[in-house]
Design a protein around this ligand. Structure first.
Ligand code: GRF
Length: 193
């Protein structure tokens, strides 16, 4: 059995999709949500879906030992970052090497890096006049948004788009693909293309 922890800082719509997708799955279970924000809506979703959660403040989060203890207590084998805004401590990245993935709301390597998250990404894509954007699912390494790419999907950017309308299109793409890519990856059935 694979046991996924989802790390999320905000609304958690991706977290909810992933939890629902794996609810009755024979091989993959989501027993833990981790957040850095006690008011994050993802915690409300976790409560509704009856998934345990834990909130870390900055000090506790930077202590890889205490983080690791919580993950081990829940038997976590994989970590999924779904809208998580803090950098994960390097020790944890090493321990979960190729077992920690992130989703980014643009086509990396473009529009990534420190400070590029949420609406800022979509604003930058629109300001550059891109005709296309998309999502990137990638392994996490020690540098923001630079881990090896696992999957990308594309969508058009329309002339009348606002950051909000583009964000909606990107979210739909994330919800469609993220759980399926996770499943393929964990079950070793994922191949690109
Ligand atoms: C997603 O667009 C994700 O790509 C980005 O943050 C957003 C999180 O959305 N990293 P939600 O909290 O899952 O609704």
């Amino acid at each position: 059995m694979h046991r996924l922890a989802i790390f999320a800082s905000g609304s958690g719509s991706n977290a909810e999709r992933i939890i629902r997708y794996f609810q009755d799955h024979p091989d993959i279970h989501v027993p833990l949500i981790v957040s850095n924000h006690a008011e994050a809506y993802v915690l409300q979703r976790a409560e509704n879906l009856k998934v345990p959660y834990v909130v870390f403040d900055r000090e506790a989060f930077s202590d890889a030992g205490s983080l690791l203890r919580v993950l081990q207590e829940h038997g976590i084998t994989w970590i999924v970052l779904a809208g998580f805004l803090w950098k994960v401590p390097d020790e944890l990245v090493k321990i979960y090497d190729r077992r920690m993935i992130n989703i980014h709301p643009a086509l990396l390597p473009s529009y990534g890096g420190k400070g590029m998250y949420g609406e800022r990404v979509h604003r930058a894509v629109l300001a550059a006049g891109e005709k296309e954007s998309g999502i990137t699912i990638h392994y996490v390494n020690e540098r923001y948004d630079e881990g090896e790419c696992i999957f990308q999907a594309r969508c058009p950017v329309l002339p009348e788009d606002t950051p909000e309308s583009l964000a909606d299109r990107i979210h739909a793409l994330e919800h469609k693909h993220f759980p399926v890519v996770i499943e393929g990856l964990l079950l070793g059935e994922w191949s690109e293309g």
